[in-house]
Design a protein. Structure first.
Length: 541
């Protein structure tokens, strides 16, 4: 067979379409939305080459219209999970030994399928199933997923190119083997792109995976599996199972061939999985790789020199896009007292101008939160703020679950920097503001830093010295730090994403750093003319 040192196409970020009125993309996505909305789908398990309908089902409903029945997804039993592991392990040898360029071609093709024929379907599925407005769906399920696939291919080749020094006597080579076993990918509801990336990044590096999507994301997860299948991903390389998360994790984590966890979701679930892996450590063939990107309590701090309108816009977009259901969403804000009245007037004006409703109506900026449990949790914290003496609602504060899980974007003002909503991750459209005395800038930086999480954060300042002070003082407070911007909207290839402390292992999804976790390098030294005498040169004299 012919060989070559192949070069992959240079990765570029997928341009975000505008969906402005009158554009062809707007018509196309609305058509796809209506078609999906008015048909029923069943989401099977994908195990090996089989699509398994177990008959043990749960309904899928759009968060913005919870009585509408979209169809059902099938839940796995323990036997199905064991079958998924078996099918992954059976696929492993052929996939791991396939030339890297063949693997790359599969995922580059998947990217092009999403950029082209599947774009409107995957966006519409994300709008319906996760209640994203079209702009949020486009940057997530189309652009970010395409970017993950394209950039990962380029990063893979950079890793493979990285080779040790050699000499004329010996040639040293690094072979980047996949892990010995299978990877367990567990994904959250809020990003279709993350759902696609977590099983595919290890698979690109030659691994096989069992993927458990969130129950609240299965609707678009099905489209991801369709794309992978059409892209030519061989059966068994990625197996998708849904159902009782505890049973699925128990079954997987007790398996000797479990080789890695690729997780994104809440901090508590991740810590429990880590603990369970620790308890099972004697059962495994190798030390499993553990990668987890988890919760956040992301901040905005404004210096007195910042421009109030810019601060307000960073709050309105940073806290409320996708109903605040981004791990990066701003949820605690520190403002100088002198700036508050002006910032407040802009934010209140913004919030009052937000339209809320179904994503099918593209003038709606805000749609519904993901499910009833989230709605109830948010309502509880909002009600507490209404009654607590150290908090007040500045704007918002209403909620209504009669048709969908609608929570009004809400701004709370507190005089306690440790008030519950300044510390607890709510994962919804609620942001809390604490006002500091203008001259207490340095003390306030310490307050910001004193937090369990360290995912994203932003400082707004016109004063360069203040920006520099914050950058230094908050070095460990965020894995993604923004100067004069909102703390959300990281782009693959531009702002590698992830946090530390309680926010995760900071392996930066969609970067070369993440791919290193899915390989187990082998060093090969080949000596051309082996020695024939054991003695050191001086011993022979
Ligand atoms: N840091 C990041 O990059 C990032 C990105 C997106 C979301 N998140 C975080 O994810 C959370 C929101 O997503 P979510 O509500 O889907 O999170 P979640 O923790 O409820 O669920 C995440 C996944 O874990 C599974 N799971 C739940 N309980 C489990 C158990 N006992 N055993 C095994 N698996 C279990 C879920 O079914 C789902 O697939 C927030 O905390 C958010 O900050 C972080
Ligand atoms: N990548 C996204 C966050 C992903 C988590 O939900 C951002 O930067 O806002």
């Amino acid at each position: 067979m012919g060989k070559g040192v192949f070069q992959v196409p240079q990765a570029v970020n997928e341009p975000v379409k505008s969906y402005a009125p009158g554009t062809p993309e707007r018509d196309a996505v609305l058509k796809a939305y209506k078609e999906l909305y008015n048909s029923k789908v069943e989401v099977p398990l994908y195990i090996g080459g089989e699509e398994i309908k177990t008959g043990d089902t749960a309904p899928m409903n759009p968060p913005h219209d919870h009585q509408h029945h979209l169809g059902d997804y099938h839940k796995a039993s323990k036997e199905h999970v064991e079958k998924a592991i078996k099918s992954a392990l059976e696929a492993r040898e052929k996939w791991a030994n396939l030339e890297w360029e063949q693997r790359a071609a599969v995922f580059l093709k998947a990217a092009e399928l999403i950029a082209g024929p599947y774009r409107y379907k995957i966006n519409a599925a994300t709008m319906i199933g996760q209640s994203k407005n079209i702009f949020q769906a486009e940057i997530d399920s189309a652009c970010e997923l395409i970017d993950f696939l394209r950039f990962n291919v380029e990063y893979m080749t950079r890793i493979y190119e990285e080779q040790p020094e050699s000499s004329s006597e010996a040639w040293n080579r690094l072979e980047y083997r996949p892990l010995e076993g299978f990877v367990y990918a567990v994904t959250p509801f809020n990003f279709t792109a993350i759902a696609g990336n977590l099983p595919s990044a290890p698979a690109l590096m030659g691994n096989v995976a069992v993927w458990k999507p969130s129950d609240s994301q299965v609707y678009s997860a099905r489209v991801i599996m369709e794309v992978f299948k059409e892209a030519g991903l061989p059966d068994g390389v990625i197996n998708m199972v849904m159902g009782d998360p505890k049973m699925i994790s128990d079954t997987i984590l007790e398996n000797r061939d479990f080789a890695g966890l690729h997780f994104t979701g809440s901090t508590t679930v991740f810590k429990n999985l880590w603990k369970q892996i620790g308890e099972n450590i004697h059962n495994y063939r190798s030390y499993p790789r553990i990668v987890g990107e988890t919760g956040g309590k992301d901040f905005i701090i404004a210096h007195p020199s910042a421009k109030p309108k810019q601060v307000a816009t960073a709050i309105s977009r940073g806290a409320f896009e996708f109903q605040g259901q981004k791990c990066s969403a701003a949820s605690r804000v520190y403002l100088p007292k002198s700036m508050w009245e002006e910032v407040k007037s802009y934010v209140v004006e913004d919030v009052k101008s937000f339209k809320m409703g179904s994503p099918e109506d593209m003038s709606n900026f805000i749609t519904a939160v993901i499910h009833e449990a989230s709605f109830d949790k948010l309502a509880k914290f909002i009600d507490a703020a209404k009654n607590d003496s150290d908090a007040e609602i500045v704007v918002g504060g209403n909620y209504d679950k009669s048709k969908g899980w609608f929570v009004e974007p809400t701004v709370i003002l507190t005089n306690d920097p440790k008030y519950s909503t300044m510390c607890t991750e709510l994962f919804g459209p609620v942001v809390t503001v604490y006002l500091y005395e203008d001259e207490k800038w340095n003390d306030t930086l310490k307050l910001v830093d004193d937090n369990e999480y360290a995912l994203t954060g932003a400082i707004l300042s016109q004063d360069r010295y203040a920006a520099a002070e914050a950058t230094k003082a908050l070095q460990n407070a965020a894995g993604n730090f923004y100067i004069n911007d909102k703390p959300t909207g990281a782009v693959v290839g531009q702002q590698p994403f992830g946090g530390a402390r309680g926010s995760g292992t900071n392996d930066k999804a969609g970067s070369i750093l993440n791919l290193y976790r899915w390989i187990s390098p082998r060093t090969i030294k080949e000596t051309f003319v082996p020695p024939t005498d054991y003695r050191y040169p001086f011993l022979g004299e």
